[in-house]
Design a protein around this ligand. Structure first.
Ligand code: ADP
Ligand code: MG
Length: 305
């Protein structure tokens, strides 16, 4: 997943359960990685003809992503990859593409053009196949960690674990409560500087933050982050420094934190008001915050540059 992962579980089955959860995460990575030769996503992105067969997990992720894509009016767009790649975020060879290059690439980013071509009967393990236009590329980087997180939690629970803390590259999940019976304390980083901006007391929750304070490059005194606006083909530039989503599903939290960062604060708050099935913490570039009512706040610190 291109990021460190840690799982801390409590109870007598912990070591075995962690091993199983780790294997499941690696399995998912093998299916959805954009860079791993042979993954479903790699085969789709390099295909010369369609449809391309995919596994059940990839289908699940595709369906979920399509749902959030629609719900967020395209703010979450797993087909934005050709643009992300052109800016150098896959290789670290960063560059600012020309307007012409961006407009040409944007034509290849219509996620609604990715279609389920059929459900295959045999041979297992492929369960379905997807079609898209040549030149289109998918990337589940905005929600894959959330999916892997939920799968790891499912495996831990099945192995009898009732208390655990998972960290998948900053996507936090707390399973159950701490072994002393109290809630977990989860800190949200100050996106403008050092330390923690907020801390929450939570149990059985994902806490996922998106922002552009960790993965970005600078050119000509300007900062370009790794989350893109599918309408412009450019890194998101708005008043937000970070967006944190808290809910029971790691997948939903991961997908939404990215999408609401793209949407900006007004639309993010509107989305929260329309759904209210998650907790939301917005931290603005000027250091102010907007917290959804009911967010399980433990403490709030002032954030400064
Ligand atoms: P992180 O990987 O830092 O936890 P996110 O979950 O917010 O961050 O996902 C960001 C990644 O998703 C980017 O690195 C890029 O590959 C991809 N991406 C960028 N913009 C979008 C977008 N608008 N919709 C979907 N995926 C995106
Ligand atoms: Mg995300």
């Amino acid at each position: 997943m291109d990021s460190p992962v840690s799982i801390v579980s409590y109870g007598k089955n912990a070591a075995r359960a962690n091993g199983l959860a780790k294997n499941r995460i690696l399995q998912i990575e093998d299916l959805i990685s954009v860079t791993k030769n042979g993954s479903d996503v790699f085969r789709l992105n390099s295909a010369e003809s369609f449809p391309v067969k995919i596994h059940g997990e990839t289908l699940q992720l595709f369906w979920f992503a399509r749902d959030v894509y629609k719900k967020t009016s395209g703010a979450l767009n797993p087909a934005i990859f050709p643009v992300v790649r052109a800016w150098g975020f896959t290789t670290g060879k960063y560059r600012v593409p020309s307007d012409e290059e961006i407009s040409a690439l944007l034509k290849k980013t219509d996620f609604s053009k990715v279609t389920l071509a059929g459900v295959t009967s045999a041979p297992v393990p492929f369960v379905a196949s997807l079609s898209m236009q040549t030149g289109m590329m998918l990337d589940f980087g905005s929600l894959g960690k959330g999916f892997a997180c939920d799968e790891a939690v499912r495996i831990l629970k099945k192995s009898g674990i009732t208390s655990a803390l998972l960290d998948l590259g900053g996507n936090i999940y707390v399973l159950g409560k701490k072994i002393d019976g109290s809630d977990w304390k989860v800190g949200i980083k100050n996106p403008l500087g050092e330390g923690v901006a907020l801390s929450l007391k939570v149990h059985d929750s994902a806490v996922v933050t998106s922002g552009c304070y960790e993965r970005f490059f600078e050119e000509g005194g300007k900062r370009y982050g790794h989350i893109f606006d599918g309408k412009t083909g450019r890194p998101v530039e708005n008043e937000l420094a970070s967006v944190t989503v808290v809910c029971e599903s790691g997948l939903y939290a991961d997908a939404l934190s990215t999408a609401l960062f793209v949407k900006g604060s007004a639309a993010a708050i509107e989305f929260w008001q329309a759904h209210k099935d998650f907790g939301l913490a917005l931290i603005f570039k000027d250091g102010s915050k907007w917290l959804s009512p009911g967010l399980p706040l433990l403490s709030e610190l002032s954030v400064e540059r």
